[in-house]
Design a protein around this ligand. Structure first.
Ligand SMILES: [Mg+2]
Length: 389
């Protein structure tokens, strides 16, 4: 690893209110947050910053030398969100201040509402990174692309042909129900990895490390889900950082993982499955049924902590077919209306407002007294040992 400066890249996001419903951030709130960060840059607290939006989420991208979980940086982000929320309230925006769950900041935004993806690394001579920001979905939405980027040679040619990646990567996977994590190694344990991350509502790929030297390759926000350790407290629109090139997957390999618009949970009221559609910034606005869920990607080079860029990564006709397929899938799923699997299953609906509706019906269910109690069938013993195909 080349000697360079130790830099922290922090992406911190929050929904502090949006224009005309839940689909887009108001430009004045972006301006309010920008003002706070510009002042912090002038004072030298951060090296550089970029403010943008993923649908109704305000996204703060910052570089600094304070390390991960710095109270100074988290406090700065909190101030920026507070200022933006103040503007949102003045403008009467919808759900103003929604993600700022507490009144007072206490050293770290984790658990207070905003989502955080941060990584610290020694800057390489060229340090390309991709920052993905999704709206109307959950952190587990990144499981499939992360697997493809770092473990699937049919996606990432470098896993086969680049000696620096050939040993593979370590996946750190977080269980949001239990508040536990496990590190599993690809390619040796890919079946174990898939066995758990295929349940993206519970197990989330939180970090990925290069096995050869332990260097961090990717990080995904899982913050709101940490709110009460061991207790699942709902979904959040996620952000992710992925480092590219020179021993990491090429930028094109990283983006290739988004060429398939896989089904994710989220969309309207966080209660529906729909395709994750990669879009350029100008389409970062969730309108149809508050969706479909979408992801934007910004590419930067980091030089002495400076954010050079961005390049709007999905602003490419090569993703037109992905978007077209996503639209077709969105239409197909929508036709199910309130039926599963468009609507999420009962386990996940438990965290929505549906239980209140069901509570109302509870006393109207009558016991069917004349029901013939089915006898427990005696299964032939040999059947229990047979393999069914
Ligand atoms: Mg959102």
């Amino acid at each position: 690893m080349a000697e360079g400066k130790l830099i922290t890249l922090s992406v911190i996001k929050a929904d502090i209110g949006s224009l005309a419903g839940h689909h887009i951030v108001h430009p004045d709130t972006i301006a309010a947050a920008t003002k706070v960060l510009a002042e912090a840059k002038r004072k030298g607290l951060i090296i550089d910053f970029y403010v943008t939006n993923a649908g109704d989420d305000l996204e703060l991208i910052m570089t600094h030398t304070k390390g991960v979980d710095s109270p100074d940086i988290h406090g700065l982000a909190w101030d920026a969100f507070k200022e933006a929320a103040k503007v949102a309230k003045e403008l009467g925006l919808y759900a103003a201040g929604q993600d700022l769950l507490v009144d007072a900041f206490s050293g770290n935004v984790r658990g207070l509402g905003p989502g955080v993806a941060e990584m610290e690394f020694v800057e390489r001579p060229a340090e390309p990174v991709a920052i993905f920001m999704a709206d109307k979905t959950e952190p587990g939405a990144f499981n499939l692309p992360m697997y493809k980027i770092f473990a699937d040679p049919f996606n990432t040619a470098g896993l086969v042909i680049d000696p620096r990646m050939h040993e593979g990567f370590i996946f750190e996977i977080y269980d949001v129900f239990e508040g536990k994590y496990v590190k599993l190694s690809a390619p040796e344990e890919i079946y174990d990895i898939l066995a758990i991350i295929g349940t993206p509502g519970r197990f989330i790929v939180r970090r990925v490390y290069r096995k050869a030297d332990g260097e961090i390759g990717a990080v995904v926000s899982v913050e709101r889900l940490n709110l009460i350790a061991g207790k699942y407290v709902g979904k959040d629109d996620p952000v992710a950082i992925v480092r590219a090139q020179s021993g990491f997957p090429a930028m094109g390999e990283i983006l290739e993982a988004f060429a398939f618009p896989h089904l994710v949970a989220g969309w309207m009221r966080g209660s529906h499955h729909g395709p994750l559609m990669p879009v350029p910034l100008r389409y970062s606005k969730c309108t149809r049924f508050d969706g479909p869920p979408r992801v934007i990607g910004l590419g930067f080079n980091i030089k002495n902590g400076r954010l050079v860029g961005p390049s709007d990564l999905f602003d490419d006709v090569a993703f037109d077919e992905t978007r077209r397929l996503a639209q077709t899938v969105a239409e197909y799923m929508r036709r199910h209306g309130p039926f599963m699997p468009h609507r999420l299953g009962p386990e996940e609906m438990e965290y929505t407002t549906l239980p209140q509706v069901l509570e109302k019906l509870k006393d109207r269910f009558k016991i069917e007294e004349k029901a013939v109690k089915a006898k427990k069938p005696q299964i032939r013993s040999e059947l229990l040992e047979e393999t069914h195909d």
